[in-house]
Ligand binder design. Structure first.
Ligand code: BGC
Length: 438
């Protein structure tokens, strides 16, 4: 075997998550979860949402926005009792280098960010009446109530200043006031995973787990046995922060280069914000160890996000005999000065291996949560998932499903996994409605 084949094979071995790894990870994850529930130290957080699942009877028209990834999405949602319609929806990027703004940068303040949000909300407010609004804030937050929620710390490399530790409801209310929107009444701030679960459970009450695999990663679930509540409560785990996974040297290097080392370790192994960076790190290493990727080092620069999860999906979709799409992408976008077939194939192998690892790790965490919720799997616990990686990465959802089946065997049908599009924004509208129906 030549050096190139050897290093690809070695790489695959290092990044493969076997069935016994899945079982071990699931067991450890369950232990960490139960430790966290008992208030003992754990990298998982127990962040109660102050909500259980909706009854499905909530009705009315609500404003919602979904804040958390690359874009911010605004919508007006009509809840019709067990079904809903999105009447209006538009999306704004939080960063636009062409227009010269970046609301995720340290140079931007919380006031500027929330003024930007309030200006977009104004576009949805056409009538002279009161509007109830719910919104997601997809970062680790501690809540004292549904509308009293503070950001613990930024994740996903967000850096906007003056938001960590602040009451998000207050920041929004003040910004709405500055825009003259006193008829918009914020009712609830929830995590995006809670939003996904609420919108799925609104349609079908068997949904009990909500998860995102997009720019970031996180999961929440419906906890039925918690000492301080008679009613079931949705708990957000911030599972992207889980630190019990076996890390490779690539993960360690990525973590060291990141904005918040030692934080969000699972998220850095599985989510869209980081998968491209991992590919770059691996290419850099291979360029030094093999005859491949010589001269490519230039494009593989940390933090430029030059190579994103979108490119990984496109690379995985290239089934042409000569991998011509990949060749074009490398030439046009990265100016690598041409690529050999072997390099293109190696690049696709690296992407496939990382994507598979991501899906299997995420599936293992779902298995850990299920083992806590219902070890014998006596009931159905459907999982609602959204996010660009789950939705767009070719084969990703199949790998998650197959990994679950490897472990659950004939009980796998008790854990159906549903893709819920735009669920987090709709869920924020449902949360706002739930505050009025209490
Ligand atoms: C955040 C979570 C969020 C997830 C998905 C993570 O970076 O910490 O709160 O749910 O991304 O958006």
């Amino acid at each position: 075997m030549n050096r190139y084949m050897e290093s690809i094979e070695l790489l695959k071995k290092e990044l493969t998550i076997t069935t016994s790894d899945v079982l071990e990870i699931a067991r450890d994850f369950q232990k960490h979860l139960e430790r966290a529930l008992e208030g003992q130290g754990s990298s998982l957080m127990i962040l109660p949402s102050f909500l259980g699942n909706p009854s499905g009877e909530e009705r009315g028209t609500y404003l919602a926005f979904d804040f958390g990834g690359t874009n911010i999405r605004f919508m007006q949602v009509e809840l019709q009792g067990g079904k809903y319609e999105i009447n209006q929806m538009f999306t704004f990027p939080l960063r636009d280098p062409d227009k010269g703004y970046d609301y995720t940068a340290e140079t931007c303040t919380g006031e500027e960010l929330f003024d930007f949000i309030a200006r977009q909300i104004a576009l949805l407010v056409r009538e002279k009446r009161d509007y109830s609004l719910g919104h997601t804030f997809s970062f680790p937050c501690v809540a004292k109530g549904l509308n009293q929620v503070a950001l613990i710390k930024w994740s996903k490399e967000f850096k906007t200043s003056g938001v960590e530790g602040k009451d998000l409801g207050l920041l929004l209310r003040e910004a709405l006031k500055r825009q003259g929107l006193s008829n918009v009444i914020p009712r609830a701030v929830i995590n995006d995973t809670t939003g996904i679960l609420l919108s799925a459970a609104y349609l079908n009450s068997s949904f009990e787990i909500g998860s995102i695999i997009g720019t970031g990663h996180n999961t929440c679930y419906l906890e039925r046995e918690i000492t301080w509540s008679k009613e079931p409560v949705i708990i957000v785990l911030e599972s992207g922060n889980y630190n019990g996974m076996p890390m490779t040297r690539f993960d360690i290097l990525l973590d060291q280069k990141s904005d918040k080392p030692q934080s969000g370790l699972l998220e850095k192994m599985v989510s869209g914000r980081y998968l491209g960076e991992l590919v770059q790190i691996i290419i850099n290493e291979m360029a030094q160890a093999t005859e491949l990727f010589r001269g490519w080092e230039g494009w593989a620069v940390w933090g430029t996000e030059a190579f994103s999860a979108r490119e990984i999906s496109q690379i995985l979709k290239d089934r042409s005999p000569e991998l011509t799409y990949i060749a074009g992408l490398l030439k046009d976008k990265y100016q690598t000065g041409g690529s050999s077939y072997k390099e293109r194939q190696a690049l696709r192998d690296i992407c496939q291996t990382l994507m598979t690892r991501s899906a299997r790790l995420v599936a293992a965490t779902y298995l850990g949560i299920l083992a806590h919720m219902d070890p014998q799997l006596r009931r159905v616990h459907a999982i609602a998932v959204d996010g660009s990686i789950f939705q767009e990465m070719p084969g990703y959802s199949d790998i998650v499903n197959n990994t679950m089946s490897e472990v659950l065997g004939e009980k796998a049908p008790k854990v159906p996994i549903g893709f819920i599009k735009d669920g987090s924004g709709v869920g924020a509208a449902i949360a706002a409605a739930m505050t009025e129906h209490k």
